[in-house]
Design a protein around this ligand. Structure first.
Ligand SMILES: [Zn+2]
Length: 252
């Protein structure tokens, strides 16, 4: 089984994009990955090893003069450690151990960016499971969402049921269970890694800062030379040079 952990970014009014980041993890890697995050957090916060990793909150801490023991350089070392952890486990087995997903939606283009992003990412996760099936490795999937999104859970669950009955715009979903599972982000290290993916995407798409996302591109789900796990909904899709838009253009 693969578990897809999802976290969102850019839900405030100022952000131009709504971003959903996802990390799909093979069940056998859940424990080593959690232990890896635990060890890195303990290294940086020996007095508070259970500190949750929230990329933007820890960045604020790093630039604050009140915490000289955790600097911007410490922050970059921590994020780099988490990135290496993802990349290491991405190729841990013959089958992919970790695959990343992302939906980047220009808010002005759609009435409900969250639902659009959620539908898209679940459908892309399903496509990944179909590729596993074709590789003689049939796997089920489970979607895990942070409880911060639970306020939308009624519409989310209704839509999720519709996806299963009527299919999404990207095809039918056969491999996912009926409802997504909600979990507390503070207590779930894997949701914190999804937060890192969403944050890295936000730095790139909102602020043109590729520092965090560059090492992670290779871990996104790819199929037939395209970034099948990544979708950028933008009015500039003909000229955008992000990997998702670039690999979807006909001349590519
Ligand atoms: Zn793009």
């Amino acid at each position: 089984m693969y578990l897809l952990f999802l976290d969102e970014s850019g839900n405030n009014d100022k952000a131009r994009h709504f971003i959903l980041g996802g990390i799909a993890v093979f069940e056998g890697l859940i424990t080593p990955l959690r232990q890896g995050v635990d060890a890195l957090m303990e290294e940086h916060f020996p007095d508070a090893p259970h500190t949750p990793f929230h990329a933007s909150e820890l960045y604020s801490l790093a630039v604050s003069p009140k915490t000289p023991q955790f600097t911007r350089s410490n922050y970059r070392t921590l994020v780099s450690g988490l990135t290496q952890l993802i990349l290491h486990h991405a190729t841990a087995y013959n089958a992919p151990g970790i695959v990343l997903f992302g939906q980047i939606i220009e808010k002005a283009l759609v009435p409900d960016p969250y639902l659009e992003a959620f539908e898209g990412i679940v459908a892309r996760f399903n496509q990944f499971l179909i590729t596993r099936h074709h590789a003689q490795d049939p796997q089920k999937g489970l979607v895990v969402v942070a409880t911060s999104a639970q306020k939308r859970h009624t519409s989310l669950r209704l839509n999720y049921r519709t996806y299963r009955v009527q299919g999404t715009r990207l095809g039918y979903i056969y491999n996912l269970p009926l409802i997504p599972l909600f979990a507390e982000a503070d207590a779930t290290r894997l949701l914190q890694l999804a937060d890192l993916v969403a944050y890295a995407l936000r730095r790139y798409y909102e602020h043109k800062d590729a520092y965090y996302i560059d090492p992670l591109w290779s871990a996104f789900f790819q199929k037939n030379g395209r970034y099948a796990g990544l979708y950028h909904r933008t009015a500039q899709y003909r000229t955008c040079t992000c990997p998702a838009c670039l690999t979807r253009r006909p001349q590519y």
